[in-house]
Design a protein around this ligand. Structure first.
Ligand code: GDP
Length: 457
């Protein structure tokens, strides 16, 4: 699993906070040590040549991160209704998002003449594949593209790019292996201008290690192209070593961002974590497979969720608050507070929740409710279907005044017959509505008190 080791380390940190009443300077010492270790050990299979840069670059990143988290953990009081370990997850999550640049960073396009994207990176990281994926991605945005084959040290790379170009149906400028990359770049760009191409993507040679010839050549190509974007392609498998790579490339040639590839593979989180911090440049795109369509924008919040092993939960909370807005939360709130929540609202809510996924997962996120198993989720989804059938068999009056059903066995019997469910199921649902009135009122009180941070921000 991608963040296996990292996630285990972090879980150990949370578990040490279970049962605590609050976060203090003292009781976060051990968990913070776990977090530091988890981040640093996320990938230590380093190349010796990069070890020094790693030590200079990665350690301070982690140290700053740990400091920021500690300050917040102790500095902000515990939110009412939230347990210390839950609050810690949230703090770490938000810091991770910040660390990775916060927002999605879009590609920049040139306002005059073709946009030029120069791709750099070590050999085998997926640069050539990224050329094609990027062209595919940009074509979908309505941009015409041209690829320039600049990997003159591997004839196979040029052939590969030509074939990929045919697949994506974009022109490929190639001039063989005898021409210098900078010359290829100049001629390719000229050709693109002639053809009124929107975006030019240049593939360059990669070495197994960073070396001077490679950097000098890249500098020359960059000078000739004057690119809009210089994107360093980084293999996610390189883990923390990426920090060193990014630093070196950024100092040597100056990059505008990075593309993280092979995120589908058996890699950890290290690479994603340090890029922004060490270079000030964001990860713009990620590759998560070998197919042309496997390239997408980089979402720092989703990545943080994945690292924490709770991506589902976090994106779900966001969706939950979105749906609440759509469903006219204020109106609903009034009804809940005055205990007028009826079967119509019930149906609206269950449908809204069904659109999001499953209600039980929301419940699972409410502090103090604990984890929900997949079996419970399936069970709940099944009962949603039953509920809908029963509510649909009610008269409009009965939906608005659940008391009618509570008081009349005859009505319940009719609804049971019409919906094809048992009388017991109908009675249960009616009882549930009344229970829900109470529960939702309490929950709403908690939310207004600001005790569910993810929903209130
Ligand atoms: P280059 O040397 O940097 O140009 O690397 P290539 O583009 O030739 O890719 C090297 C290998 O990695 C190829 O086998 C690709 O199919 C594979 N590859 C590239 N991107 C991804 C990715 O996002 N996921 C996976 N699983 N494989 C990838």
């Amino acid at each position: 699993e991608m963040f296996g080791q990292l996630t285990t380390g972090l879980e150990s940190a949370w578990s040490k906070l279970k049962g605590e009443d609050t976060l203090t300077k003292e009781n976060i010492v051990e968990p913070m040590r776990d977090i530091r270790r988890a981040l640093l050990e996320a990938d230590l299979s380093l190349r010796p040549s990069l070890m020094l840069t790693y030590i200079q670059v990665s350690l301070p990143v982690v140290r700053r991160f740990v400091q920021a988290v500690s300050d917040q953990a102790v500095g902000t009081g515990l939110i009412r209704g939230v347990k210390p370990d839950q609050q810690m997850v949230k703090i770490v999550h938000d810091e991770l998002v910040k660390l990775m640049g916060g927002e999605v960073s879009e590609l920049v396009f040139s306002k005059s003449g073709p946009t030029v994207i120069l791709l750099a990176g070590l050999q085998g990281v997926g640069k050539t594949t990224v050329c094609a994926k990027l062209a595919y991605y940009l074509k979908k945005l309505g941009k015409s593209c041209m690829l320039i084959a600049g990997d003159v040290y591997r004839p196979a790379a040029i052939d590969q790019l030509v074939i990929l170009g045919q697949q994506v149906k974009v022109p490929v400028y190639a001039a063989g292996t005898d021409v210098k990359p900078a010359e290829i770049a100049r001629k390719g760009l000229e050709e693109a201008k002639k053809q009124n191409i929107d975006v030019v993507i240049m593939d360059t040679a990669g070495r197994l290690q960073i070396d001077k010839t490679m950097m000098d050549e890249l500098k020359e190509v960059k000078r000739v192209l004057n690119p809009t974007e210089v994107l360093l392609v980084v293999d996610a498998m390189t883990g923390q070593e990426a920090a060193a790579l990014v630093t070196t490339f950024n100092l040597e040639i100056g990059i505008t961002g990075a593309i993280l590839t092979k995120l589908d593979g058996d890699s950890r989180g290290g690479a994603a974590l340090s890029v922004k911090e060490v270079s000030g440049k964001p990860i713009k795109l990620v590759g998560r497979g070998e197919r042309l369509e496997d390239l997408e924008p980089f979402y720092p919040d989703r990545m943080a969720g994945r690292i924490l092993g709770m991506g589902d939960v976090l994106s779900f909370v966001e969706k939950a608050s979105e749906v609440m807005r759509q469903e006219d939360a204020e109106e609903l709130q009034k009804k809940i507070m005055s205990a007028k929540f009826d079967f119509n609202d019930f149906l609206k809510q269950t449908r809204a929740v069904a659109r999001m996924g499953s209600m039980t997962r929301v419940i699972g996120m409410i502090p103090g409710m604990g984890k929900v198993t997949p079996a419970q989720v399936r069970e709940a989804e099944k009962s949603l279907i039953v509920m809908e059938a029963i509510i649909e068999a009610m008269t409009p009056e009965e939906r608005e005044l659940p008391e009618l059903l509570a008081e009349s066995p005859t009505r319940r019997k009719r609804v049971a017959q019409d919906s094809g469910k048992t009388e017991q199921q109908v009675s249960q649902l009616v009882a549930q509505l009344f229970q829900m009135r109470v529960k939702m009122k309490n929950l709403m009180g908690m939310m207004q008190g600001g005790s569910i941070p993810a929903l209130s921000n």
